[in-house]
Design a protein around this ligand. Structure first.
Ligand code: NCD
Ligand code: ZN
Ligand code: ZN
Length: 345
């Protein structure tokens, strides 16, 4: 007997679509299963003003496969010179769904991010006033803080003080990777936390034991197993604070397999299969819909998607290992175990 599971169509609350040839290669992979996605603004140059977001949105819509109903939800990249009134106007017109805060230097294309948080006071106040969420890459960048501690230190020294100073600001702590992140998000009002597919599956051993695996390198870097277990517990708890943000972040193979390989894992294609496998193993397949399809829209004050997808369980699914992008390829996340659940067409 085939096992099957029908859930509301999922959304991806943290996604990198890039631009040009890369976007053309990866967009169909997301549009196949997901109704909507929060599209990250860390292009080169970044998506800073409302006008930039409108133009990027048009490029995404133009690159969609025929008949796709996928809806990109746009974000603005916060800089120290972001104009609060531009943010207000972009939100009022419905063009943007969130503003993204990158601490300068924390991750891929974050050099235009924020160094001095006093310079963005005005933007944060407008966002709190109009209820526009701030998505945060939550890591400090101080050279004296160990890379595995950067998320926990950020919560204590940056995020919590910033939230206390800005009552009413709605914050999504993106791609949480630690028990500290789980505990903090869970204990706060006006907060959500996204969890990626790969952080539910890999710990830091997967990156480093038996040879360095550049395709498992992303930021925040995967932590110890105890932290992965905390993420699985959060994703399977049904707690509305936690929702799926794949952080699917494609880079061409030559930049991943490099002496200084860049950060990002591409997981759009097999995310739903991976999640079903992980949640089933945790005895919590019944929580897949809350995590992937319901908790995110609830945080963003949007309705869940009107339609559904059906997953069926059978023989392991064979996904392509790589996708061509121009002369190069992008490598798909390898969970390291067979995937038995597939999304029906
Ligand atoms: C992301 C990217 O490549 O844009 N990389 C990553 O490792 N997660 C940036 C980010 O989300 O931090
Ligand atoms: Zn990030
Ligand atoms: Zn990201």
């Amino acid at each position: 007997m085939t096992q099957s599971l029908t859930i509301r169509r999922p959304d991806d609350w943290h996604l990198h679509l890039r631009d040009g040839a890369m976007m053309a290669a990866v967009l169909p992979e997301t549009a196949r299963h997901f109704g909507r996605a929060i599209v990250m603004p860390n292009l080169v140059p970044p998506v800073v003003r409302g006008d930039d977001a409108a133009a990027y949105r048009e490029r995404i819509l133009a690159a969609l496969p025929e008949g796709a109903t996928f809806q990109p939800l746009m974000t603005l990249y916060m800089t120290e010179t972001t104009d609060p009134e531009d943010v207000r106007a972009a939100a009022a017109s419905g063009l943007v769904t969130a503003v993204k805060l990158y601490p300068a230097g924390a991750t891929t294309n974050s050099h235009s991010g924020v160094r001095d948080f006093d310079k963005v006071r005005g933007v944060l106040e407008v966002m709190a006033e109009i209820g526009l969420p701030m998505c945060v890459h939550g890591e400090v960048t101080n050279h004296d803080v160990d890379i595995f501690d950067r998320e926990a230190v950020f919560i204590e020294t940056v995020l919590d003080p910033l939230r206390r100073a800005t009552p009413g600001l709605r914050v999504v702590m993106e791609h949480i990777t630690t028990r500290d992140g789980v505990n903090y998000v869970r204990s706060q009002e006006d907060m959500g936390g996204t969890i990626t597919t790969h952080h539910l599956i890999i710990n830091r051993n997967h990156i480093l034991v038996g040879g360095i695996k550049p395709h498992y390198y992303c930021l925040p870097v995967a932590k110890r197993e105890e932290h992965r277990l905390a993420l699985v517990e959060a994703a399977t708890s049904g707690d509305a604070h936690f929702f799926l943000g794949t952080d699917s972040a494609p880079h061409p193979d030559h930049l991943k397999e490099h002496a200084c390989g860049c950060a990002g894992v591409f997981s759009a294609t097999n995310t739903m299969s991976c999640l079903a496998e992980v949640l089933e193993t945790a005895g919590a397949l019944d929580k897949l819909e809350a995590f992937a399809s319901l908790n995110g829209p609830a945080f963003y004050r949007l309705a869940p998607n009107p339609d559904t997808i059906t997953l069926t369980k059978g023989d392991p699914v064979a996904y392509p290992a790589k996708f061509p992008v121009g002369e190069d390829h992008v490598t798909l996340f390898d969970p390291g175990f067979p995937l038995h659940w597939r999304v029906e067409d």
